[in-house]
Design a protein around this ligand. Structure first.
Ligand code: ZN
Length: 310
């Protein structure tokens, strides 16, 4: 059916790509995300799509927040997006094309489903472990949005009642144990209490102000006890979430993506699968937990696939 454009709208950059029938990226354009509100962002996306070498037939967008009927309800990582933005309608007008919008984690899961580690699956959960923890569902081959656009909020499944404070303000969410921001806070607390860790030294050596996935990878390879302990806690939290999701939805594939998955690879997915097993009611040898394959392009490939499906 020709070309579709996929757009990955992130907190710092917008990636627009032209995707062919076989889910292959044929051209792309990257622009910074304007920080002065929705109107400028709409304009930046329009410019990026029009800068692609061919005009697409349809456009799909992954946005960093809950989306319902083409409306981004809130996007905490985008300045000024603290009220609902009818992104699909506004961009459709600006471009003169059909535009569909969905949550970025859902779109990423669809990308892995059509062209990555989710190929051949029927019911899939994508888990994105980054600064926070995102989740996206593809059920019976279709991106699942839920009733109000809130489906797939994997990071806010409660794994410990009354547990640690999460970025969302609630307590005991999975993200409070497995998101990199939360893990970094835990490191700061331990260091302030006098603990020694290779994490801070490696970050300084690499000139990083934050504990990136590559910093964690090196600390783990050096056998740093604090890095190991916090990764164990993260794996434990994610595995409880995965087991609960499997018990609820009888998933046949779980795809683990994000910085940690890129840095640690399939062994991370294997650890999560192993830790989840005792909590899963109906086991099956055909259920797979695998690391994502598409890395940076899952969002645009999934957004384009969503646009083709309408
Ligand atoms: Zn939360």
């Amino acid at each position: 059916m020709g070309l579709a454009a996929g757009v990955d709208l992130g907190g710092t950059k917008i990636l627009a790509a032209l995707i062919d029938d076989n889910h292959v990226v044929v051209a792309d354009k990257k622009v910074p995300t304007p920080a002065d509100g929705p109107e400028s962002v709409v304009e930046a996306i329009r410019t990026a799509v029009e800068a692609l070498p061919e005009r697409p037939d349809t456009v799909g967008i992954g946005a960093p927040g809950p989306v319902h009927d083409g409306v981004v309800k809130i996007a905490p990582n985008l300045p000024g997006w603290d009220r609902p933005v009818p992104l699909a309608e506004q961009l459709s007008k600006a471009l003169g094309l059909q535009v569909v919008v969905d949550n970025d984690a859902t779109v990423g899961a669809l990308g892995e489903f059509v062209a990555g580690a989710g190929r051949g699956a029927r019911n899939l959960l994508g888990v994105w472990i980054g600064t926070g923890v995102g989740g996206g569902l593809v059920l019976e081959g279709r991106a699942y949005r839920g009733s109000f656009g809130g489906a797939g909020e994997f990071g806010h499944m409660v794994v410990r009642q009354g547990g640690q404070r999460c970025n969302c303000g609630r307590r005991g969410c999975l993200e409070a144990y497995a998101g990199r921001a939360s893990m970094e806070r835990a490191v700061s607390t331990l260091v302030a209490a006098g603990a020694q860790t290779a994490l801070t030294r490696i970050a300084a050596e690499k000139n990083k102000s934050q504990l990136t996935s590559s910093v964690w990878k090196r600390a783990l390879s050096e056998g740093d006890p604090i890095a190991n302990q916090l990764l164990d806690e993260a794996v434990s939290a994610v595995s409880i979430g995965v087991a609960n999701a499997v018990n609820l939805l009888d998933l046949d594939r779980v795809v683990i993506g994000g910085g940690f998955a890129e840095a640690l690879g399939q062994p991370l997915a294997d650890r999560i699968a192993e830790a989840a097993r005792p909590y899963v009611l109906v086991g099956d040898a055909n259920r797979e937990v695998v690391v994502a394959e598409l890395v940076d392009t899952a969002g645009v490939v999934g957004a384009a696939a969503l646009a083709r499906r309408g």
